[in-house]
Design a binder for this molecule. Structure first.
Ligand SMILES: [Zn+2]
Ligand SMILES: [Zn+2]
Length: 185
């Protein structure tokens, strides 16, 4: 529920006649003649001073509109230029803000792109590194296998040589025994 003061305030802002609460208080517009309850009066939404509609250069049609429209603001001739300037400034700031937001968005997208690229590069390097390590390991194993094979072959050859030497020795031994037997006959 809105109390009386709220309603009065709302009506005052809407350009209704000056309210009982504000009558006799701060109610002097440009003409310096007191604004009374019976006058067609209007309060400036910037300086909050009361003006006779005529003194405030508020036409009858605008006055009627302000009485009907809930969220219409009205500014006195003194405040209006400042308000216009403020509006222009706000518009400019809003445009700047939009441009800045766009720039931030672009930078964010660029940053994300860079992060993705960096991760991809890192992955590529990692894969490359892993490839190098794997190849080195494979080559080491291969080299070890070759060495093992070589030493195995050498061992076999050595064994073969030893065997042949032994056989030759036995052969010689048998031969000399045969000779001795023959001599002994
Ligand atoms: Zn006046
Ligand atoms: Zn004003």
């Amino acid at each position: 529920m809105e109390d009386k003061a709220d309603l009065d305030r709302k009506e005052a802002r809407r350009g209704k006649q000056v309210t009982a609460a504000s009558e006799g208080r701060n109610n002097f517009g440009k003409c310096k003649i007191e604004v009374r309850k019976k006058d067609n009066a209007i309060m400036c939404d910037a300086c909050r001073e009361w003006f006779h509609a005529g003194c405030g250069k508020c036409s009858q049609s605008l006055y009627r509109v302000l009485q009907e429209e809930e969220n219409q603001f009205w500014f006195c001739p003194a405040c209006k230029p400042n308000i216009m300037q403020d509006c222009a400034e706000i518009k400019r700031l809003r445009e700047e803000n939009t441009a800045m937001k766009k720039q931030i968005q672009e930078l964010r997208e660029k940053y994300e792109e860079l992060t993705v690229n960096m991760n991809q590069t890192e992955d590529r390097w990692k894969a490359k590194e892993e490839g190098i390590v794997e190849r080195a390991a494979r080559e080491t194993v291969l080299r070890m296998e070759i060495l093992l094979e070589k030493s195995e072959k050498q061992r076999e050859e050595k064994e073969e040589r030893e065997k042949r030497k032994k056989n030759l020795f036995i052969f010689n031994l048998l031969e000399s025994k045969k000779q001795l037997d023959k001599d002994g006959d």
